[in-house]
Design a protein around this ligand. Sequence first.
Ligand code: MLT
Length: 323
Amino acid sequence: MNKPIVAAIVAALAFVAPASAQNYPSRPITIIVPFSAGGPTDALARILGERMRQSLGQPILVENVTGAGGTIGVARAVHAAPDGYTLSIGHLGTHVINGAIYPLNFDVVKDLEPVAKIASNPMWVVSKNAIPAKDLKELVAWLKSNDGKVTAGTAGVGSGSHFSGVYLNQQIGTKLQFVPYRGTGPALLDLVAGQIDIIVDQASNSLAQVKSGKIRAYAVMSDKRLAAAPEIPTVDEAGLPGFHVELWSGIWVPKGTPADIVAKLNKAVTDALTDPAVRKRMEETGLDIPPREEQTPQALGAYQRAEVKKWWPMIKAANIKID
Ligand code: MLT
């Protein structure tokens, strides 16, 4: 082949070459939050996004794409161009549990590249103040004596607040009436206003309202108390030993995103998670930051696969309906 033709082919290939980290990012990045603004996933995206902007030199725009327990937002990210400009933030519900409940047109593990595990926090049981129970044992007795009538706010089928509520039903033999919202941000507003009775919520979502006495927290679903609310007992102490759910969150990008872009995004996330101001904001809301070795893409991928193995059989056995 003569030289000008080779040069033309090389130039053409360079033109169609996939995105690489060299000039990345050269425009704003969008992070898709699959739940409402004002909820825990949204808050996490905004805290991290603000700091990631400093490392990446481009704004991180938050887009709330809500509905169907977060599956609509995750699908949007899965089907976006794999160029590093669309990120998917989510958690145990959206990136593990939903794969066992919904007939999805994507695979929660195979169709996304992990970027980093970012946080975790236990669920806890909170109620409106009008409920007469003063501790977990009294709450369980009240739930049983009002069985079938108690309303529990959720962020939709498969969300953290929903599958943790299903788990509570299984533990104590009740049937909560689930009220789906597009996120636990709006569900919490309704709990404070007394429109619904309880939420099995992420502690980070409702900590401020518990602290200000607007709602009541009964027990942390973990074997250790929350540093940010040490007065609330664990479920082990309060009468439901072993009733634990830790809701961990992560960031992913569409499958096929170049490895050097994933590495650049991971670096921006880990920079954010080592920043004392970010750590303080996260810790104040009761969020645990994973140790550095758990913040790699490989560690998130392995953890997500292990969680699929652990949860899918239980979720499938629970036969959760989506309508
Ligand atoms: C949200 O951001 O609204 C939550 O993560 C919802 C949930 O899964 O309970």
